[in-house]
Design a protein around this ligand. Structure first.
Ligand SMILES: CC(C)(COP(=O)(O)OP(=O)(O)OC[C@H]1O[C@@H](n2cnc3c(N)ncnc32)[C@H](O)[C@@H]1OP(=O)(O)O)[C@@H](O)C(=O)NCCC(=O)NCCS
Length: 456
């Protein structure tokens, strides 16, 4: 058993935390009074414009002739290309898409055949950890959260890079490509270590295969027998493509911009973005979705009974069940309202995978929740816009059907999103913007310093 830091919450800590809460609480009316864009949204809930980007575009609404905002079917474009067309393109040609999409996001154009081959080869060559990195870093002090393990590995890679602090474009691009190639290894090996030390599982490290795609390599190095079906690898590849990028304003990509704008190194930037992505309101939602469904399946005897499912969903919002956070995970999005195009694309493939795995009952339950949850949320919350299933609603289900461990769900999101973060880090540096530095208004009254002996 490892020595732990003190984790006990003592009465003294409770007292301090009450003091801290009392004196840090800000009256909610003040945010309206001073027209604060809380969460960097305006009073109608729209994101505040903080930058320009060439990398991707999200369409979720339009304005009618009276200037009224109307929600519409969500659309997502990578470098101007509709994501549905993109997926359709490589799926029809029976190719893996993640490497092509990474090229597109980084360099702005679709690769020609030989460019794609060379780029995939480059990633394959970079998919090589420094000597003894697994033994010296990953196997030390395994944590139960793979996102923290991943961030630690990224921060430690700084020490292995002879030119770590150089923020010129070729050097940052080289670092980004290495990280894109290494993320599957860092995540999966982190998990193998954890499952060995924590769950007593056999420990094995499979070497990645340079000729395999990112999705195939994940399954290859994760499974004891290195085997996977074509459908499994293709669906994982599609999930990677759909998670690769989502504009400059999502929490982790904005973190990439914020931290890059200070002029710091690539490893520090990506570690910060990982910390953001881990949160349950962001990339951590895919784990929560599966845990929520497990809880639902345990507590509802008939999964086809609409009333029972509806009442469980209402209990979620009333903080009576599951994690008592008041959220229906996998539902809602800061921008999309009517639909999230990524969820729509994934849904089609999920159906065929659930048939291959004999999990139609689960698929039907997911479909029922997808239909009922928006109604339940609308009845209970103040809505600026509609809510619908987001990408994580189905991605968690896909990963569980692929037999991926829960601990790797968010790291898989990170394996995909590192491509988008890299493109945005480069864009921030190429355009040499100002350091990002918004304002906070002070609402604390001034007072005099009291000498220690006079304090009551
Ligand atoms: C993603 C999320 C943080 C966006 O929140 P947002 O930007 O405030 O979204 P909206 O403006 O549409 O929300 C309006 C209201 O509906 C609530 N709401 C939205 N989605 C909800 C959900 N899934 N469950 C419960 N309430 C929800 C919001 O909390 C808000 O209520 P409030 O004003 O009382 O706080 C939110 O939908 C959420 O927490 N979803 C669950 C987690 C998740 O799946 N995240 C993955 C995102 S890809």
């Amino acid at each position: 058993m490892m020595n732990r830091i003190f984790s006990e919450i003592t009465p003294e800590i409770i007292k301090y935390s009450e003091l801290c809460t009392k004196n840090s609480y800000i009256q909610p009316e003040l945010y309206t009074k001073y027209r604060v864009n809380r969460g960097l949204r305006d009073l109608e809930g729209n994101g505040v414009l903080t930058g320009l980007t060439d990398i991707s575009e999200i369409i979720a609404y339009f304005f009618d002739e009276n200037g009224k905002k109307i929600g519409q079917k969500g659309e997502l474009f990578y470098r101007g290309i509709n994501i549905e067309e993109l997926v359709d393109g490589f799926v029809k040609e029976k190719r893996f898409g993640f490497e092509e999409v990474t090229y597109l996001l980084l360099f702005g154009d679709l690769p020609k055949k030989n460019e794609l081959q060379n780029f995939s080869k480059l990633l394959g060559n970079y998919r090589n950890l420094p000597t003894n990195f697994v033994r010296d870093i990953i196997m030390k002090a395994p944590s139960q959260d793979m996102m923290n393990t991943l961030a630690r590995s990224v921060l430690t890679l700084f020490a292995y890079d002879d030119n770590a602090n150089d923020v010129t474009i070729p050097n940052v691009l080289r670092q980004c490509l290495e990280l894109i190639a290494l993320f599957p290894l860092l995540a999966v090996y982190g998990y193998q270590t954890y499952s060995h030390y924590h769950d007593g599982q056999s420990f094995f490290i499979h070497q990645p295969q340079p000729e395999l795609s990112t999705a195939e390599n994940i399954l290859y190095i994760l499974r004891p027998d290195c085997k996977y079906t074509e459908l499994e690898a293709r669906i994982l590849d599609i999930a990677l493509v759909l998670h690769a990028e989502h504009g400059g304003g999502n929490n982790s990509t904005f973190t990439t911009h914020v931290v890059s704008s200070s002029g710091t190194d690539t490893y520090s930037v990506i570690a910060a973005s990982l910390g953001s992505l881990k949160g349950p309101k962001h990339g951590g939602a895919n784990i929560k979705v599966v845990e929520m469904f497990n809880d639902m399946k345990e507590n509802i005897d008939d999964w086809t009974d609409e009333n029972k499912v509806r009442s469980y969903l209402a209990d979620l919002l009333h903080k009576k069940v599951f994690d008592k956070a008041g959220l229906i995970y996998g539902m809602g999005h800061a921008i999309y309202s009517v639909s999230d195009p990524r969820a729509a694309v994934l849904r089609g493939f999920v159906k065929s995978l659930s048939e291959e795995k004999g999990m139609h009952d689960e698929f039907d339950l997911y479909s029922l929740v997808e239909r009922l949850a928006p109604e339940v949320i609308r009845d209970e919350r103040k809505m600026y816009k509609g809510v619908s299933a987001n990408v994580d609603f189905y991605s968690g289900f896909v990963y569980s059907m692929l037999g991926l461990p829960l601990e790797l769900f968010t790291p898989i999101f990170a394996i995909a999103r590192i491509s988008g973060w890299s493109a945005h880090r480069l864009e921030e540096l190429i355009n040499a913007g100002k350091i990002i530095r918004p304002a906070y208004m002070n609402v604390c009254d001034r007072r005099d310093y009291e000498p220690l002996a006079e304090r009551k």
